[in-house]
Each structure stands twice: as C-alpha cells, then as structure tokens.
Ligand binder design. Structure first.
Ligand code: UGA
Length: 429
C-alpha cells in the first residue's frame, strides 16, 4: 500500500522504514532539507541499532523514499501518518504547533480521500481538533478520516519494537478506516485493538505514565533498602515474579529521563488538570524521580566530603544505553549538579558525546573510559552501556587518584568490585 510519513524524527523514520520493510511503498516527508539530503545520501541522523541497514536495503528496493514536499507526500499516500514533535511548553502542557501546521498543510494538499493517522504523542481530544482543522482548511471539501495510532517504541530497540509490536492501537471515529489500517498492519502479525480516538490517545499517555510510576516505585524502594541495608535487586526480583506486577521497569537507578517520560508525565498532569482532574499520583512520581538524583549526589558528597576541585570521571551521558540521545538525560543532570559543587568532570560515552557536547560546555570529553578515569578522585557509571561491564578494572585502579566507584545503574557486582579493592557504592544495595 502507498503510505506517507510526515516527520522523520525517531518515530517517523523508524515507523516508515519498518512499514517499507514489510512491503509497503513509503514516502517520508520532512521540512528540514539538510535531514532529507542526508537520508537521500544513505546517511542517518540518529544512532538506532539496526536502522541504517534497514533504510539502505529498503531504499535500494525502491520501497522507501524521502522528500521535503508535503503536497507530494499527500498525493502519494492513501494513508498519511503524522509523526512530528510535540515538545513541552514551560508550564508542562504540550506545544501542538507542529501537528496543527501539518494538519493545515495536509488539508490544503488533499484532493481525494485520505486517512490521516496521528502517531505523535498528543493530548486526549487532539484527533478531533486535527479533524476540525483539516475540514476548515480543505477548501475542496474532500472526504477524510482522522485516526489515532500511538507508537510504543523504545529508543535503542525501536526497530525491534516496531517490527514485533505487542499490540497495535487504532482509535477511530467510524468503522470506515478500520479495514485499511488492518491491511497496513497485517504483516506485523500483532493483536490490533480498535478503540475510540480519545481512548487511543489516553492509552499512550497512560502507558508511559504507568511505566514511569513503576520506575519511581522501585526508586522509592531503593531509598528504603539503603536505610534498612536490604538489597533493591533482590526485592524487585522477589516482587517482579508475581505476574500481576512483572519484573520489567523496576530497575532502580538515577531516575527516568529521555525525550518521552519526563515530558509525557508533565503533559498528562497538565491535561488532567485542564479536564478538572488533579492527578496527584503522577506528581509524586515526578517528585520521587527528582529526589532520586539528589539522593545520589548526596551520597557522592557524603563519601568524597568536599567536591570543590575534585576530579570525577563520568561514564555514560546518554539517557539510557544503546542510544546517542542525551535529551533530559539523568547523566547530564548529574554532571551539572556535580559541576555546581565545583567538581571537574571528565566524561565518556560510546555514542552520545556529540549530542551531549552542547549541553556540557565545561566538561572534558575523553576518547575512552581509561582516559576519562586518569587522575580521578572517583568514577561514576551513569548509563548502563554493556561495554562498561567489560572494563578492565585492574587497569583502571592505578590510573585513578583513588579507586572509588559510584554505580548509578547497578551495573556491576558489589562483591567483585570490593574484592578488586574499590570503594563501591550503588543504588539501593
Ligand atoms: C518510552 C517507552 O518505553 C516506549 O514504550 C514509548 O514508545 C516511548 O517512551 C515514547 O513515548 O516514544 P524510551 O523513552 O525510549 O521509551 O525509553 P525507556 O526504555 O522507556 O526508558 C525511559 C527511561 O526510564 C530511561 O531513562 C531509563 O533509563 C529509565 N528506566 C527504565 C529506569 O530507570 N528503570 C527501568 O527499570 C526502566
């Protein structure tokens, strides 16, 4: 089927590529000419495991193309996906200007029936607003359907999540677009849930909020574990074996970050507020998240006593492993908090250094972990990259001024690190 994706960020690019991989004829549109030129030249603007070869093979097969021309996109695709950013505003609510702009552009270019699919994460009731907007700006009065089809991809494993989804949610106002959307997703062999539009939009925000809630629950427990000399990993393994709870997203650490959870939780609280509901539970999820990083900084301070002029090596800047994304990264916030206390930071990340550089102007970025720890009074693991598990700590120890390691992701084994002669502190253990 001919499909168009408007917006080639994480969501649009991965969605478009995976739809092409399943045999559809996909045209991706973006208003950034530099990005489109890059994609047309076979380069990709983000680090996402497995994505580059998939783009190359689908471009070569003629199933995936890129353009800056929205009108061409609207002519091409029977189904037009909107995957543009929905950034936060200062008060936590969602800035809808990009979605609204696309709705108007689609409306003015539309000459025959189209299904317009909202893939961006949006406040409940957006589908109706998009439909109103299209109606207003489509002077030809062409027939169309707007549907909501939220995505559930995680950065770092977005291709896998998109190729093997656990569920596909389709929110519709009538039955008319359902068969077409079932055809679009048939090759993915996943359960399809058809809901009304508002419910589909709520499913997305409610899913992310629930996952953030699980993380904050584990982080709150980690404080209790530290105070009672229990072990958070054993506790979450124990509770996670109850199928009703589940073990996933119960890893304590530096708190959740990234371009989705912090923004989506704030947005969900703001949306609830607008609808007259005070979602206090989620406000506490946010408080616990902020407090988790502060608790970690305090433990570093308690151990090192004075941070002024201490050299601290920070391994990991990405908000989580397997991505180059440093937006709202707890690792970046941690660096800033330590700098505020006067510490000198030497940092390394396998992928995120370029994207973190503008966020961290006064940090010495190092070529590898061994370079980063040279002369350091302490080192911190701030992102759970696999390569940090494999470090040669026998080599690291003599490079440091003192072998103190703060593990913000519980990546290493406490006993092994103690036996290697490190002062080792982790989260909730
Ligand atoms: C999240 C959701 O997991 C996706 O389902 C969703 O589609 C996406 O947001 C989105 O809305 O686009 P993502 O932000 O890429 O995906 O990353 P996650 O793997 O969910 O991690 C989010 C944050 O939580 C990271 O900072 C991670 O380190 C942290 N986390 C995760 C924990 O601290 N503990 C855990 O147990 C799991």
């Amino acid at each position: 089927m001919k499909l168009t994706i408007i917006g080639t960020g994480y969501v649009g690019l991965v969605t478009g590529t995976c739809l092409a991989e399943k045999g559809h004829d996909v045209l991706c549109v973006d208003n950034d000419p530099a990005k489109i030129a890059m994609l047309q030249a076979g380069q990709i603007p983000i680090y996402e495991p497995g994505l580059e070869p998939l783009i190359r093979s689908n471009v070569a097969a003629g199933r995936l193309r890129f353009t800056t021309d929205t009108a061409e996109g609207v002519r091409h695709g029977h189904v037009v996906f909107i995957g543009v950013p929905t950034p936060p505003r200062a008060d936590g609510s969602v800035d809808m200007r990009f979605v609204e702009r696309v709705a108007r552009d689609v409306a003015s270019a539309m000459t025959e029936y189209r299904i317009i699919v909202d893939k961006s994460t949006v406040p409940v009731k957006t589908g109706f607003k998009v439909a109103e907007s299209i109606k207003r700006y489509n002077k030809a009065g062409v027939d169309f359907d707007v549907i909501s089809n939220p995505e559930f991809m995680r950065e770092g494993c977005a291709v896998e999540d998109q190729m093997k989804p656990e569920r596909i949610v389709i929110g519709v106002a009538s039955q008319r677009p359902v068969a077409t959307m079932q055809e679009v997703y048939a090759p993915f062999n996943a359960p399809i849930i058809v809901t009304d539009i508002n419910s589909a939009e709520l499913i997305k925000h409610a899913s992310n909020s629930f996952l953030a809630l699980k993380i904050s629950y584990a982080n709150a427990l980690s404080a209790l574990c530290e105070a009672s000399h229990a072990n958070i990993q054993q506790v979450v393994d124990g509770i996670g074996m109850d199928k009703r709870i589940g073990r996933a997203f119960l890893n304590a650490g530096l708190g959740y970050g990234g371009s989705c959870f912090p923004k989506d939780i704030s947005a969900f609280i703001a949306i609830a507020q607008e609808l007259g509901c005070d979602f206090r539970l989620l406000k506490e999820v946010q408080n616990i998240n902020a407090n988790q990083l502060q608790r970690f900084v305090k433990r570093i301070q308690d151990t090192l006593w004075v941070l002024q002029d201490k050299v601290i090596a920070v391994l990991g800047l990405a908000f989580k492993a397997n991505t180059d994304d440093a937006r709202c990264s707890p690792a970046v916030d941690l660096v800033l908090a330590l700098q505020k206390e006067g510490a000198h930071i030497r940092a390394y990340d396998p992928q995120a250094m370029e994207k973190a550089r503008p966020l961290l102007p006064n940090v010495t970025l190092c070529a590898d972990p061994y370079e980063a720890v040279r002369g350091a009074d302490a080192m911190i693991i701030a992102t759970e990259w696999d390569e940090f598990k494999e470090l040669d700590f026998g080599r690291i120890k003599p490079l440091m001024a003192h072998p103190t390691l703060f593990d913000g992701r519980n990546l290493l084994d406490p006993m092994t690190m103690k036996n290697l002669g490190f002062t080792y502190l982790s989260v909730g253990r």
